[in-house]
Design a protein around this ligand. Structure first.
Ligand SMILES: [Fe+2]
Length: 384
């Protein structure tokens, strides 16, 4: 067995309606005034102010920062931190998708005023401490509530990562009642993203470890057993909670055994054409599985056996090709686009996408099979 380290959030609360525990969780952490980091869309749905009132009624002061946007620029992170400092906050709650949680993680460090944001970029650059931090996802996908990573947009389109175990929260709170209003296509794409986290963690070349393997298998079982129900019957709360838990397990897995080729090829689609992250992953996934099959067949076979597909697939899954076909079918069942062409991406731009994918070196090193430019281009052509 390889030596390994495994880091995760200190506490996981997995409960439908678990949001109601926030006041007590704050009190246990010694927080008297919390800043809630979220976005305008979520605030309009009412749940952010509901959380603020719930805290205030229990004697915990709350200030709301609702300006987080997708792929938050450093200016937004700094604005949120300034709001936290000005309000006198001594604790942080991040509620929303990955962007709000990523922003909240950084605010919990910056509110201590020990280090500037620019000093924190890269691996393990955070020194000092952070304020108490609670993260509450409102999609079942990113797993940000259990990852030690924040992604910040630093230039026009340049993204930079901050990776530190300090960014793991005190509490990850999984409450699927917050996901009931999600449209089917977002439920589908974020759910497939979580399944990709599990698959890529299980086949991660450098940091594959027994904890991540165990979590990835369980994540895939939960996600595949519930994704169709969650997509087609959006109000199915048990299915939604299982998705939330599955995405969290997959997040724990890939936080310690990083993702590879699928994410490397997905990021350029987001960067150039603003294709949502989950959908980008979903479109290249079957073709990356086929590309990797010669080097990962036994691992893909083990993962395929975890998949509990719908009645549309009668035989148990056992091979890499079964896994690839399962995801091609899942895209159709979930009503997602099934090709890059359907998203009106010009075919001539596949070369630029492949060039950009080659820049994702920190991801490509985790892929079970070495991927060259020609391989990346070929995969995009297959996905077209
Ligand atoms: Fe992802």
């Amino acid at each position: 067995m390889n030596t390994f380290q495994f880091d995760t959030s200190k506490r996981i609360v997995n409960e439908v309606g678990g949001l109601r525990h926030c006041p007590n969780l704050c009190k246990e952490l010694g927080v008297k005034h919390v800043i809630i980091v979220s976005d305008k869309g979520l605030r309009q749905l009412g749940m952010v102010d509901e959380l603020a009132h719930c805290l205030q009624n229990a004697g915990v002061s709350a200030t709301v920062f609702d300006k987080t946007v997708a792929d938050p620029p450093d200016s937004i992170v700094l604005e949120a931190s300034a709001a936290a400092i000005e309000s006198g906050a001594d604790g942080v709650i991040g509620i929303g998708g990955g962007s709000s949680m990523d922003c909240a993680k950084l605010v919990s460090v910056l509110v201590k005023q020990q280090q500037s944001l620019s000093q924190m970029f890269g691996l393990n650059q955070i020194t000092g401490t952070r304020a108490p931090l609670i993260l509450i996802p409102t999609t079942a996908g990113t797993g940000s509530e259990v990852t030690p990573i924040s992604i910040v947009t630093t230039g026009e389109t340049t993204k930079a990562g901050i990776v530190s175990h300090h960014l793991l929260p005190d509490v990850a709170l999984l409450d699927a009642s917050l996901t009931l209003d999600l449209p089917a296509h977002i439920t589908a794409a974020t759910g497939i993203d979580a399944m990709v986290h599990a698959i890529e963690a299980y086949t991660s070349k450098i940091k594959k470890n027994p904890y991540s393997d165990m979590l990835a298998k369980q994540a895939l079982l939960l996600l595949s057993s519930n994704i169709e129900k969650a997509v087609t019957t959006g109000k199915d709360l048990p299915a939604r909670q299982q998705m939330m838990f599955g995405a969290c397990l997959a997040g724990q897995a890939f936080a310690n055994a990083p993702v590879g080729g699928v994410h490397a090829l997905a990021y350029p689609l987001g960067g150039h054409f603003h294709i949502p992250h989950g959908l980008s992953n979903a479109l290249v996934l079957p073709h990356v599985l086929r590309f990797n099959a010669s080097h990962a067949a036994s691992m893909y076979g083990e993962l395929a056996a975890q998949i509990k597909p719908s009645a549309s697939v009668s035989n148990p899954l056992s091979t890499s090709e079964d896994l690839a076909q399962y995801f091609e079918e899942l895209l159709k069942i979930c009503g997602l686009p099934t090709s890059l062409k359907a998203l009106q991406i010009p075919k001539k731009d596949l070369t630029v996408l492949a060039q950009d994918a080659m820049l994702q070196e920190r991801l490509l090193v985790n892929n079970p099979k070495h991927m060259h430019f020609d391989d990346a281009l070929n995969i995009y052509e297959q996905a077209y």
